[in-house]
Design a protein around this ligand. Structure first.
Ligand code: TYM
Length: 336
């Protein structure tokens, strides 16, 4: 059976990139398949060291899943740290994973490259073991739930390949007694695989080029207005390719609207300001109702906490090794 699983890391505001790359495809899968969606709080711990801030972001992550329309009866919505079997499996997988694989991980290499660029001679300066082991923990997240399909943005594709490799090491050694399904990434192959941020690079909190998902309406309008565009006069023809607002529009407006906007830009007569208004309308139409649900949930955190508690208990029941399920670990908790 297909089991969809994905996580978001609570390190601050969730943004349009998270929505387009992971949340939206995950929501579509939730209507059809068994789904496990979680808040990866121990992954966040690598960068967030403030307990209050982390607690807020965990709630915000869960509220984001719910506000976007997940039904917590159908989807197991949970918190990574409340499924401790994940960390047990991390240790086991670590014993099978070659260190060289971790040396080649993109996030680790990027952190070392930043040190090189800054002229720091110790290339591992400022890098913690959490970052280094990140891919093994992520593999454990997926394998512990026997996830088969993982909807993510393209920036996560190496992590999914690593998970498949690590599942292979395990199955090769222990396949006689237990075999993990080897998961596949569900990654948009078009230009949606990486949503650009306001500066055209990948939208990311760490580049500070992101548009938060649930900005209040007036701030959303401002954030969209501030996307840099060139100074081509309104009446002049413009090239829609390579324009960040056009790319963003492609994910929030229907195909007809996008084609129309492209035609009008190419013909001249449509200014960047008008394009940005179109973009604001499209984003606001899709996210407005979700933002209302989000704000309601964040004002009632006990609702969020209850969903996370119940979801994490169900997640834990799934994570228990199959021969322990309903056995040594005690009976699985009743469904809510
Ligand atoms: P995170 O929290 O950085 O991002 C969450 C999801 O959003 C996607 N994403 C994007 N997609 C398209 N364009 C963008 N600009 C963009 N920015 C982010 C990411 O690809 C991701 O799918 N390691 C993961 C969290 C994680 C996880 C897991 C995911 C932990 N364990 C197990 C799947 C399965 C991460 O840091 O995502």
């Amino acid at each position: 059976a297909n089991t969809y699983l994905t996580g978001i890391k609570p390190t601050g505001d969730f943004h349009l990139g998270n929505y387009v790359g992971a949340i939206k495809p995950a929501l579509a899968a939730a209507l059809e398949y068994e789904t496990y969606y979680f808040v990866a709080d121990y992954h966040a711990l690598n960068t967030v060291k403030d307990a209050g801030e982390l607690r807020h972001s965990i709630r915000s992550g869960a509220a984001t899943w719910l506000a976007c329309g997940l039904d917590p009866e159908r989807t197991i919505v949970y918190q990574q740290s409340k499924v401790p079997e994940t960390f047990e499996l991390t240790t086991i997988l670590g014993a099978l994973t070659p260190k060289g694989l971790m040396n080649r991980a993109h996030a680790y290499k990027a952190a070392r490259d930043r040190n090189t660029e800054a002229g720091i001679t110790d290339l591992d300066a400022g890098i913690n073991m959490g970052l280094y082991n990140y891919p093994i923990l992520m593999a454990a997240d997926i394998l512990v739930m026997e996830g088969t399909h993982v909807p993510v943005g393209r920036d996560q594709s190496q992590h999914i390949e690593y998970t498949a490799d690590i599942a292979g090491y395990f199955n090769h050694r222990f396949g006689g007694s237990y075999t993990f399904p080897v998961p596949k990434g569900v990654i948009d192959q078009g230009d949606g695989s990486i949503l650009p941020g306001t500066d055209g690079r990948k939208m990311s909190k760490s580049y500070d080029n992101h548009i938060p998902l649930f900005l209040p309406e007036a701030k959303l309008k401002k954030a969209i207005r501030r996307i840099p565009t060139d100074s081509t006069p309104v009446e002049d023809p413009k090239d829609p390719d390579g324009s960040v607002p056009v790319q963003l529009l492609g994910h929030f407006a229907d195909a007809e609207t996008v084609a129309d906007v492209r035609r009008r830009l190419e013909a001249g007569g449509m200014g960047w300001g008008e394009l940005k208004n179109e973009l604001f309308e499209a984003v606001n139409a899709e996210l407005g109702p979700k933002r209302e649900r989000y704000d309601h949930l964040m004002a009632n955190p006990s609702e969020i906490d209850e969903v996370l508690e119940a979801g994490s208990a169900r997640g834990r029941a799934r994570a228990r090794p199959p021969h322990h399920r309903g056995g040594g670990g005690g009976p699985p908790p009743p469904p809510p």
